[in-house]
Design a protein around this ligand. Sequence first.
Ligand code: FMN
Length: 308
Amino acid sequence: ISIETTIFNKKFSNCLMNASGVKCMTIEELSNLKNSESGTWITKSCTLSPREGNPSPRYVDLKLGSINSMGLPNLGFEFYLDYVLTEHEMGNDNLFFSIAGLTLENNIKMLTQIENSDFQGLVELNLSCPNIPGKPQTGYDFERTEEVLKKVFSFYTKPLGVKLPPYFDMVHFEMIAEIINKYPIQFVTCINSIGNALYIEDESVVIKPKSGFGGLGGAYVKPTALANVRMFYKLLRKNISIIGCGGVETGRDVFEHILCGASMVQVGTQLMKDDVKIFSKLSSDLKEIMKSKNYTSLSDFKGKLKEL
Ligand code: FMN
């Protein structure tokens, strides 16, 4: 039984990886991912300059998932560029590099450097970071999204995908898909956290930034994530791969993402909770499910969700 997958022209030994922002900020965390049984890994979304992020507590495990308002703590673009170039020198061109500039100009600066570097992996442009006070997320501003993509593809020629926020309205799905279909985007990763949720314990919020409002991940978000994967699988050009993210705790959850059309599946909250050992469990559970259904490869069921 094979759970190999392909994104762009790159082959991965399995379809599992971390979600950006989870256990991928420092060299130590990135090395743990490298030594894990994930098919590949992605770096923490970076900004041009390093950031401390928001005051703690800024992440809390919940029974059905997690809430966070991290505020993009990261070691800065140069650090992650060095990291991926070192991996390239070691022969690894299957890495994902997440960038999340605070302005369009910063995204252009980072992408220009990536374009001119030896990096041969995949860039995931984060259009959906919900946690910076005063900044709207680009993915919810359709005109801005179009402006960003137009500018990016006026010079950028390497493989690039976008990380999207969750959408909830049919018209919004159609509008964003129409924009994405116009550009040479290689993949779409959906979803980022469901933004601005509020969790209460006794009489109090549980995280400090933004009066307790934060992005939701884990089991709470799975049905929304599956809906986004499915909708984009149907609406996007067939040569755009979908990377599913949201609510993956078990092999069954991975199976469902692929059934909806995902080519690769990311794990966020459950990786926070279980650390990298989650990848071996997910892959063996997924293979078990495939075996019980006589499936030998992901293409046997990818996108083949049954409708009534
Ligand atoms: N998404 C990004 O694109 N970039 C980030 O830097 C980022 N940081 C995150 C930090 C934490 C602690 C968590 C929990 C999530 C973060 N996310 C970030 C969102 C996740 O990548 C993922 O889209 C979301 O949590 C849903 O997946 P899950 O249900 O598996 O948690």
